[in-house]
Design a protein around this ligand. Sequence first.
Ligand code: AMP
Length: 112
Amino acid sequence: MDCLFCKIIAGEIPSSKVYEDEYVFAFNDIAPQTPVHILVVPKEHICCADAIDADNSVYVAKIFEAVPKIAAAAGLKNGYRVITNCGEDACQSVKHLHFHIMGGRKLPENMG
Ligand code: AMP
């Protein structure tokens, strides 16, 4: 499968890894939009939020168990935002489910 994030997880494409466990891989976004901008991805290929189901939702649970640890390690003491883009209208550019952890400054209230 020609998937950028699968290749990053496999180590075929370099990344700036910040966290890894059996289910989850996290790395710094290559084009950060906030002082801290981390992508958290499942190690299984899931295209997007639309494809989450009872068979793969353990990956989503494990991601959200990892998020507080990743945020704490990144020094996000004052809060942060977790976002996933799904599909065309949300401008999802990489078709492997990922959650953006964004923070390090006050973020705008408006999200859309
Ligand atoms: P989205 O638009 O929600 O699909 O987000 C995809 C994100 O992946 C963007 O924020 C990109 O900057 C980021 N990105 C693309 N290629 C890489 C890469 N090789 N390493 C790290 N982040 C990447």
